[in-house]
Design a binder for this molecule. Structure first.
Ligand code: NDP
Length: 419
């Protein structure tokens, strides 16, 4: 019997809410709150006839700690699921601390305004010290560890697929398959086709910022940073086929480097089609991916926000997208003194997701783990005070929940390796 406040009602949140409503015995009450309340009302009206979960809705600007605090006090949830944008992570964490409520999200903090001088000063220092230049990193949220510990509250960070399930796969490999892990390659393949020349599968602003940034990987105890899209590999993905993939910086590398003992190298690759890359390069060359405001006919316009308004809404891709995603990890390491390779991954079909919850597989593969992470917290399987990433918890009940609620794992003990 639990009451949950979900903040955000976009592509990912909509899937997570559908899934919570399928587990009404745990999620007895859900309050759906977002900036645009009409979206919450529409979703609640659609789900109410099909679920025993009691649904309410609210309007909130989650950039404002006071508004979130007032909403939590009015709603009295056991858990706040932040499925808005990474820009709101810190304000929602502050509100959870003020009200004494557990917290979780699906992506680590980055600021909306990367030109803010106070943020930039910290960012530039971190780039030099840490050795990677992505806008997002865990330092902002790890700074809340002591506060959450002292309050006896749990904050679960990055509980989507990647980050999220990929870290549970690493914890599973360490617990059941290896004595020591030497290398981890995380491979994110979207073999889906939506028929548009260019569209992003989740929030365009967050997505384009991520893929246009320099790539980086962890090797021998430090970061190696390379120009965007400069390391390309081909891989033959189960049930998808041969795809080009590119090395990106990704947030779970940062926490895995700390939590997987003696790991020598961690890389992250994502597949991109040629049309996506050509469009992205062109948009970047003309300045459309810039996050700095420009003056246009007396108005300040942020180019990437304007571009977001032009691109298809990721939530609208559901009916059009066909094909499958294949996301998982390949490991090398040692077991009982012998060299070993192992891979674990999930294959998800865009149309099957659409028929179940009205969304494509990228939202589905993020929303289902968010629900399963909430389930872990609400049923006490993952409760410990502090701020944690997924690999810091027991992977067994989480992977069992994923198997049950729509993202079953596949395993291979002789996977092809990425050179
Ligand atoms: P969307 O843009 O579809 O949805 C974002 C939602 O947040 C919208 O409902 C939006 O409201 C709401 N929102 C934005 N700003 C505020 C605010 N200030 N106050 C209240 N609500 C706000 O994004 P997605 O669903 O695609 O992504 C959601 C999250 O999931 C993101 O953090 C993304 O990075 C993460 N993600 C994680 C993945 C993983 O594997 N871990 C993979 C994919 C995404 P409005 O409708 O008014 O705009």
């Amino acid at each position: 019997m639990s009451k949950v406040l979900v903040i955000g009602c976009g592509g990912v949140a909509s899937v997570a809410i559908h899934k919570c409503c399928q587990v009404s015995e745990v999620f007895t009450e859900l309050c759906i709150a977002s900036r645009t309340k009409s979206k919450c009302d529409k979703l609640a009206a659609q789900l109410a006839p099909k679920t025993a979960t009691k649904l309410t809705t609210a309007q909130v600007d989650a950039d404002d700690v006071q508004q979130v605090t007032s909403l939590i006090r009015a709603c009295k949830p056991d858990l706040v699921m932040n499925i808005a944008l990474p820009y709101q992570d810190l304000t929602i964490m502050d509100a959870c601390l003020a009200c004494g409520v557990d917290y979780m999200d699906t992506a680590n903090y980055e600021p909306e305004d990367t030109n803010d001088p106070a943020w930039r000063a910290v960012y530039e220092k971190r780039c030099k010290e840490a050795g990677f230049s992505a806008y997002f990193d865990y330092s902002w949220q790890w700074a809340y560890r002591e506060k959450f510990q002292a309050a006896g509250l749990t904050a679960l960070l990055g509980c989507g697929f990647d980050p999220g399930v990929t870290q549970a796969y690493c914890a599973h490999a360490l617990k059941h398959e290896f004595d020591t892990i030497d290398t981890i390659d995380i491979l994110d393949c979207n073999g889906g086709d939506h028929g548009y020349a260019f569209a992003t599968n989740f929030n365009p602003e967050v997505n384009l910022r991520e893929v246009s940034a320099p790539g980086s990987y962890w090797e021998d105890g430090h970061w190696v940073e390379v120009p965007p899209m400069s390391i390309k590999r081909e891989y033959d993905f189960d049930q998808v086929g041969q795809k080009d993939m590119y090395l990106l910086h990704h947030e779970e590398i940062e926490s895995l480097a700390l939590h997987i003992p003696k790991v020598r190298r961690i890389r992250f690759f994502m597949t991109f089609g040629q049309s996506y890359l050509d469009h992205m390069r062109c948009l970047e060359n003309v300045g459309m991916l810039s996050t700095s405001p420009v003056d246009f006919e007396g108005q300040q316009i942020v180019p990437i926000k304007f571009l977001k308004a032009l691109l298809p809404d990721p939530a609208s891709l559901g009916p059009r997208t066909r094909g499958k995603t294949n996301i998982g990890c390949i490991f090398t390491g040692k077991k009982a003194g012998q060299d070993k390779t192992y891979s674990i991954y999930n294959v998800c079909d865009h149309q099957e997701c659409y028929h179940e919850v009205g969304s494509q597989a990228v939202s589905y593969t993020t929303g289902v783990p968010a629900m399963c992470g909430a389930l872990m917290l609400l049923t006490g399987k993952w409760s410990k005070p502090g701020v944690y990433t997924v690999e810091e918890f027991d992977p067994d009940p989480f992977l069992a929940a994923l198997d049950q609620y729509g993202l079953p794992r596949s395993e291979c003990r002789t996977p092809a390796l990425v050179d």
